[in-house]
Design a protein. Structure first.
Length: 164
């Protein structure tokens, strides 16, 4: 473990010598992640990408990709594209990435159950904006808007996330 890892313990994350309050899954943390359980997986995974809404925020880094109106994320275990970004229309259950609320204005994508997804093993463990301090997620890791931007400006593809 080193200072350029994002280390999450309880509702606190450490990164580059700073500490940030964060929100985790409504069901707490687990070593046995399943689709829809509302838990944040315990383990080590990596940042694999960054998405942003250019109509709401400026790019947080030089490697971020734009979220387009038709962008979706497959969370259907029966989908061959399970736990990947897909486009609308899509014949399986999905989650919209271009949301009406600001939760996904900046999203760090993680390697949880990726690139080869185990069906039912949990999809879309993102790092994104929280609804409000202490409000749980569906399993993701969430920060205040300013802290998320600070993290997204300083992390890189491959940055490790360690959830204890």
């Amino acid at each position: 473990m080193n200072s350029d890892d994002i280390v999450v313990t309880g509702n606190l994350a450490r990164f580059l010598g700073r500490r940030f309050p964060c929100s985790l899954g409504r069901s707490g943390c687990t070593t046995k992640k399943t689709e829809g359980d509302g838990a944040t997986p315990i383990g080590v995974f990596h940042i694999i990408g960054c998405l942003f809404r250019p109509d709401r925020v400026r790019a947080p880094n030089g490697w971020a990709s734009v979220i387009l109106p038709r962008d979706l994320w497959s969370d259907d275990s029966a989908d061959p594209a399970y736990n990947n970004m897909v486009g609308h229309p899509h014949g399986f259950r999905t989650e919209r990435l271009r949301r009406a609320d600001p939760l996904y204005d900046i999203v760090l994508l993680t390697s949880w159950n990726w690139p080869v997804a185990r069906p039912g093993g949990g999809s879309a463990i993102f790092v994104h904006r929280w609804r409000k301090p202490g409000h749980p997620t569906e399993g993701c890791i969430a920060f205040s808007p300013s802290h998320l931007r600070w993290i997204a400006q300083r992390c890189a593809p491959g940055t490790r996330i360690i959830v204890r």
